[in-house]
Design a protein around this ligand. Sequence first.
Ligand code: MRU
Length: 348
Amino acid sequence: MMMDRKESPAIQWDGEQLILLDQRLLPLEALYITYSDVEEVGLAIRDMVVRGAPAIGVTAAYGVVLAAKNRLGCSVCGVWRAALEDDLDELAQARPTAINLHWAIERMRALLDTPEKGLVERLTQEAETIHQEDINACKTMGKLGAAYIEEGSGVLTHCNAGALATGGYGTALGVIRAAWAENRLSAVFADETRPWLQGARLTAWELIQDGIPTSLLADGASSWLMKQGKVQWVVVGSDRIAANGDVANKIGTYTAAIAARHHGIKFMVVAPTSTIDRNVATGDEIPIEVREADELFACSNGGRMAAENATGWNPVFDVTPASLVDLIVTERGVVENPTAEKIAALFQ
Ligand code: MRU
């Protein structure tokens, strides 16, 4: 199955190979890279060719297909199953915070007892199902979340939680797309999102292509924007939600949530249930990725701009406590003022 590039701009499966849009080059260049090896897929995830929790999960599912094809096709690999399990363990190490990576790999791993003859076909079918389910979930969440946004509202989003970060359509940007289509929005603002600038490079690119005017602001300007009364909702995605509703997302989300509560602005998290990790009780247990400090020292395409010999600290996610979250929108329904009991009820 080859999905339409408009439906799934970041991830394509051509029946044999995985094709990823290199998001590091956007918006200046739209370069597609073809993958036939699971190790390279793991590097693509680690190095941010593809990013965003649901997109990482979908990519990993196709990575498992490639791993199975290569291990089964290798005549000297008598012990293909053990080697394949090692590939999956390795792939799961690519990034630590986005739980969708582990969720997708475990869903694929559960099929490894399929008879050898039909295994690759079965895994391919499952990866395509995961991909399509994610797009469907985004569209459902878009409608559910948009219904909460009063007509004439301004919204602020952080990072990129759009078609590029998911199987397609987007989580937070899915809500913004749906709300825009229903004429509910007066303005859309996007934090630029240091240091990778997902807001400036990806969110603005996606929304403007859809004819949705988008104003960028420096991350530090968001509380001042709220003070002006220009936004009524902050709408973000998530990389992992703990069983009690604490939300890990791109660094700076916590700051936006604190500022939103201070200004009486509502805070909405949009994420499929594959992002909820019921094995972690609270956000304190979520591993937070800390990347190279070098990422802080330069603008994306330029040379070093930081003072020589300055050191850095580069945590790329933070955790917003459930007490600051007004809504968690999932494809199974909306949780208002999340608690452990309400999150558990989603799975019953
Ligand atoms: O480091 P990234 O670009 O992978 O971080 C992405 C985010 O934090 C997104 O907001 C999150 O994954 C939700 S994507 C639908």
